[in-house]
Design a protein around this ligand. Structure first.
Ligand code: GKR
Ligand code: MG
Length: 422
């Protein structure tokens, strides 16, 4: 006879934390990044944690989902999905920046389910005294390698002091940024966010990184800023330099054209972003590597299913990130630990948050990797004071939706988001 462990209450707290002026193909990061912290309560002191996007339309849907969860058994993940689907209905809530590809009702629902699923797995782990990776099938590695995620950037937000990373607008600036990040965290592979400057300039940055870091795998991700022709040219010019080229151009058809001619594999977090995208991608040969992201693939168990599909079809698997804090880092680490075919270093924006976090004792990078936690659940707990401070930031910062293009236009009024741009 099993006893159920019912959800008593759910709290969703929007937060904002400082974010540097990182450039991308949509514009530039605003001074504050938004997230939402989900707490699922099921008894004295028993709280499961999740972290997700904090944009207003997403928050509204999270609220609808949360209202449907009272009484749900924390072990009933199928019940979680069906209750949320019923509460939310068929709704497509696109994000403004479009940096995680096309939007759909399937992806919107997956995005809403995700933080609650993570929180339930955290609770399951606490109750059974097992780490989340054990609930996902068991860890296959003791440490999870992450990559140095480089961005072109301004020295600081206009009108503010430069941040500790300073300006990076040319190859020398990118190499200096890489050195700083690698000296501090020990990363052993590098990703450059491109799509900001004309491709020749970004190729030169890759060449400079290769000279400065002869043994490190390098990736370039212009977020669909290029035409098929430009993508093919860049791929040819970077032959032998890149472990993969990420989302050079938009769409499964365009990516397939590039993939047929590129000397390196193509990766994506923009054209394969839901299960319905996989059959066509496989049929066309659009990508060689899929970047999982539990925040929009429907949680950790759904991401594990994605990993199995990738293995079945001979696709490589990597992991995507957006600006995030320590609950997401823990969830990503557990998932990576339990995913045998995740063979690439995981993306993380964490260094850009410059030590700000919402968890009491964050996981951290040693030699570029995070040691997989074996404590029950996710293995992290909330710092309530930090949560209150970051929530206060949210209340006063004035930003309610991430909009890199609108923020860029404040300084370059003629700026438009064009994909492709080159
Ligand atoms: O933070 O500017 C950014 C990134 O461009 C992010 O939004 C992307 O979703 O990192 C992501 C990517 O790999 O495309
Ligand atoms: Mg990407």
């Amino acid at each position: 006879m099993t006893t159920s462990l019912p959800v008593i209450a759910v709290t969703i707290t929007p937060i904002a934390f400082p974010d540097p002026p990182l450039l991308n193909s949509a514009g530039v990061h605003q001074p504050w990044a938004l997230r939402a912290i989900v707490q699922v309560h099921c008894g004295d002191e028993l709280v499961g944690l999740g972290e997700t996007y904090g944009d207003a339309p997403h928050l509204a849907l999270l609220g609808r989902a949360a209202g449907a969860l009272a009484g749900l058994d924390v072990f009933d993940l199928a019940g979680l999905r069906s209750r949320i689907a019923a509460a939310v209905g068929v709704v497509d809530a696109p994000d403004r920046h479009g940096l995680t590809g096309g939007s759909s009702a399937e992806k919107t629902l997956a995005r809403i389910v995700s933080p609650f699923e993570v929180a339930l797995l955290d609770l399951q782990g606490q109750v059974t005294e097992r780490p989340v990776h054990a609930l996902l099938g068991g860890k296959v590695r003791e440490t999870v390698p992450f990559s140095a995620y480089l961005f072109y950037k301004w020295a600081g937000h206009p009108g503010a002091e430069p941040d500790e990373y300073g300006e990076a607008l040319d190859p020398a600036g990118i190499v200096a940024q890489a050195r700083r990040m690698i000296d501090r965290y020990g990363f052993r592979s590098i990703k450059l966010k491109g799509g900001v400057f004309p491709p020749e300039q970004e190729i030169n940055a890759i060449r400079a990184l290769r000279v400065a870091f002869p043994d490190m795998p390098l990736r370039l991700d212009p977020n669909c800023a290029w035409t098929v022709d430009t993508s093919v040219k860049v791929a040819e010019e970077t032959a032998g330099l890149l472990e993969y080229l990420e989302d050079p151009t938009a769409g499964l058809a365009g990516m397939a054209e590039v993939a047929a001619l590129a000397p390196m594999p193509l990766a994506t977090n923009m054209c394969v972003v839901r299960f319905a995208d996989l059959p066509e991608s496989v049929a066309r040969g659009s990508v060689g590597i899929v970047l999982a992201d539990h925040h929009y693939w429907g949680g950790l168990t759904a991401s594990a299913h994605l990993a199995t599909i990738c293995r079945t079809w001979g696709l490589g698997l990597s992991m995507h990130s957006n600006s995030h804090l320590g609950i997401s880092l823990a969830a990503m680490t557990h998932l990576a630990a339990a995913t045998p075919n995740l063979t690439y270093a995981v993306d993380t924006h964490m260094p850009w948050q410059l030590g700000v976090d919402v968890v009491a004792e964050p996981l951290h990078f040693i030699d570029g990797s995070v040691t997989v936690p074996d404590a029950p659940g996710l293995g992290v707990s909330l710092d309530q004071d930090a949560l209150a401070r970051l929530h206060e930031n949210y209340l006063t910062c004035g930003i309610r939706e991430r909009d890199d293009t609108a923020y860029m236009r404040l300084f370059e009024p003629g700026y438009t988001k064009r994909r492709p741009r080159w």
